[in-house]
Structures are given as structure tokens and as C-alpha cells.
Design a protein around this ligand. Structure first.
Ligand code: AN7
Length: 371
């Protein structure tokens, strides 16, 4: 795929018309990297989909480019969203690119600073409220209705259309769907979008990317959904913010993974459908399990993610510990956001640097090298 982005590359699958602006920051086409340590430990074939490699550092860019282009096409002047951070960074970037105004509603004091810095740098109007994400989303809907702003949260169906393209890329990279797709779940747009993407890609004829424009039918397409493998969808929520696990909204969600600190997911029914249709599950992991998985990813695999993105790894490690992880499965874990978004999370965990004398001997001592 060229760096022209999602709208251009996946045009036949997206609501793109001749009037849709050619908006792109080079989103999509993210790496699928094999998990060496985790594969060895689990006896599974595990891959990471590195969504932190998107232009603003999270998966949100795939959907945002579609939502903002369509808003522009429909003549909107201002876009608005509620956010735990990544949506606001992405909205702000694409609004800047498109020349639109952008307002972002955030729960005050609960956004990772990297994300805030992004929204600020891209020139968004940042509205911090004394309420949580769920309240911010309610207010977003109110504002949009009253002032005719375009909402670019995942309640905007164009967002999910764009985000489903990650499923296409995974199928293309593996040559088939994985047995399991594992991802963190907050507002539940992404799990809904992936499931839509896997189903759609399995049932629609598509041009073969390697063979140019001639419309080739992929092996997956034969016979529609019958005989076609689809992944089981495994969603992971943080224990203090797991309404889809408990079955009821949570008034005051809490977790260190601020990105998924959401008590009443907008795409609730989409997540449940993805879980049930795929024979999957949505379960919870603790903050300590998220911390441990975050550290495992960085120190064992060389991959730095933000805390929420470690939730699926936490879930897999937990299944392994409990003897609930069948060997031999192909599992793709979606690593949704870049670790640089939330460096405070790392620096707050007992990180300390001592300044040494500027002499080789002092350095050797520090490295515990015997001279
Ligand atoms: C890194 O930015 O909801 O279940 O407002 O930033 O589709 O909500 C972010 C969510 C996972 C959960 N990982 O995805 C927002 C926001 C990261 C995220 C999720 C988010 P959804």
C-alpha cells in the first residue's frame, strides 16, 4: 500500500464518492509483527498489529480520516468529540489538515499528557469538564444537536467504516483470518469495527493488492461466509471499567488505563454481537495485570505501548496462567496506541537516574563490571 492512506486504498469498501475530499495523513498499512517471546511462552502463533504506528500514534486515525472527510464533504465547519485522549488527538490532527475547527471534550485531569499535548499542538479547542468520559459524550451529542457540529466519535458510523480496514490488512498479511483477534475494549467501537471488517472481507470479492486493479476473487470469498474462517473476538476491559463483563453500566469507572476508563460504551450492542457471533468473549484484567503486560511487551518484545494497549496481552497471559489458553492458535493482538503518549505512566513507576562522575571507572562501577 502506498502512503496515500485509507480512503484511497480501500475506496471500494468505504463511503467514498467523487465529492469526498482526498484527505490523508498516511494512516493505515501498519506492521504486523510476530511476538517472539509470547509465542514461545504460549505455544501459540502470536502477532502484534502495531496501530501505534499511525500518524497520531493510535488506531483512531483510520476512522477519523473517513469521518472528517465526510464532514468536510457535507459542508461542516466544526467537528466535535468526547475523548479519553486518542480520539481528540486524531480529530485535532485531521481537522487541522482539513481546515476545520475542532472542539474536544475531555474529563479534566484524566488524559495522558502526550495526548493533551497533541490536541493542543494541532490547535483544537480543548474543553475539560468536571465529569467523566461518559458525561463528555452526552454533552457532545447535545452540542452537536444544538449547533450542528459534526460528531466524530464512533457513534458516527464513518468512524467504524474506516477502522474496519485494519481487519482487511490482517487477513492480507496472514493470507487468512487469525483464529483469535484480541483487543482492549473501551467505548467498544473498535471491536465492532473489526468484526464488521472480518465479515465483510470474507464475503466480498476484492481486487488482489499484489496483482493490481484486475478484480480477483480471494480464496476466502468462495461460498460467502460458509466455510470461511472468521476469528473469535476476545475483548479485554479493565476490572474497574468493565461494564460489558458485568452486564451493566458503571457510574464511576476507574483504571490506570485512562484510554479505556469508560462506564457506558456507546457501541455496547456491537460489542456483544461481535462476541456472540464469533464465539468469543469479553473479560476483565486488573490494573496490576495491565502493568505487568505493559512491562513484558517493552522489556521482552521491544514494543512500547500505552497502558490500555497492554490489556489484551494481560488477558492472554492470564489465560495462560489459568490453563485456559489452547496451544497452536494463531492470535493477533491489536496494540492500539503508542507508548510515547503516556510516558508519565512509566516514569511514575519507580524510575530513577543517578548522575555519575564523568569517568570511565565510575561507569564501569555502575555497570558492575570487574576491572
Ligand atoms: C489506546 O480516545 O475512547 O473500544 O476517546 O485510546 O473503540 O473505544 C479511546 C479508546 C483502546 C478502546 N486503546 O477502543 C478515546 C477513546 C486505546 C484507546 C481503546 C481506546 P474502543
Amino acid at each position: 500500500m502506498s502512503s496515500q492512506g485509507v480512503l484511497s486504498h480501500y475506496k471500494p469498501y468505504l463511503p467514498v464518492t467523487d465529492k469526498t475530499p482526498h484527505l490523508s495523513l498516511g494512516e493505515g498499512d501498519t506492521p504486523l509483527v510476530r511476538a517472539n517471546a509470547l509465542s514461545q511462552e504460549t505455544g501459540c502463533d502470536i502477532f502484534f498489529k502495531l496501530e501505534g504506528c499511525n500518524p497520531t500514534g493510535s488506531f483512531k486515525d483510520r476512522g477519523m480520516v473517513v469521518a472528517v472527510a465526510k464532514a468536510q464533504e457535507q459542508g461542516a465547519q466544526t467537528i466535535v468529540c468526547a475523548s479519553t485522549g486518542n480520539t481528540s488527538a486524531s480529530a485535532a490532527a485531521y481537522a487541522a489538515r482539513a481546515g476545520l475547527k475542532c472542539a474536544v471534550l475531555i474529563p479534566s485531569g484524566q488524559i495522558a499528557r502526550g495526548k493533551l499535548a497533541q490536541a493542543f499542538a494541532y490547535g483544537a479547542n480543548i474543553l475539560a469538564i468536571d465529569g467523566n468520559f461518559d458525561r463528555a459524550l452526552e454533552l457532545t451529542r447535545e452540542l452537536a444537536e444544538q449547533f450542528h457540529f459534526a460528531v466524530v466519535n464512533s457513534i458516527n458510523p464513518h468512524r467504524l467504516e474506516g477502522q474496519k480496514t485494519a481487519a482487511f490488512e490482517i487477513v492480507d498479511a496472514l493470507g487468512r483470518a487469525p483464529d483469535v483477534l484480541a483487543l482492549p475494549v473501551g467505548n467498544a467501537g473498535n471491536i465492532t469495527a473489526y468484526w464488521k471488517g472480518f465479515k465483510e472481507y470474507a464475503t466480498s470479492p476484492r481486487p488482489s493488492p499484489s496483482k493490481g486493479e484486475g478484480a480477483k476473487v480471494s480464496p476466502l470469498d468462495k461460498g460467502g461466509l460458509r466455510g470461511v474462517t472468521l476469528p473469535r473476538m476476545w475483548g479485554f476491559q479493565a476490572e474497574g471499567a468493565a461494564p460489558l463483563v458485568s452486564g451493566k453500566p458503571i457510574a464511576e469507572p476507574h483504571t490506570i488505563a485512562t484510554a479505556i476508563k469508560i462506564g457506558n460504551p456507546a457501541s455496547w450492542s456491537g460489542a456483544i454481537r461481535a462476541r456472540d457471533e464469533s464465539g468469543g468473549e469479553i473479560s476483565a484484567v486488573s490494573d496490576d495485570e495491565i502493568r505487568a503486560a505493559h512491562s513484558y511487551l517493552a522489556s521482552r518484545e521491544g514494543i512500547f505501548v500505552e497502558p490500555a494497549s497492554a490489556a489484551s496481552i494481560a488477558g492472554i497471559l492470564k489465560k495462560l496462567r489459568n490453563g485456559n489458553l489452547e496451544r497452536g492458535q494463531t492470535i493477533v493482538c491489536v496494540l492500539t496506541g503508542n507508548g510515547l503518549k503516556d510516558v508519565d505512566f512509566v516514569l511514575a513507576s519507580g524510575f530513577e537516574i543517578k548522575t555519575l562522575r564523568a569517568e570511565a571507572g565510575a561507569l564501569a562501577d555502575a555497570l558492575e563490571i570487574q576491572v
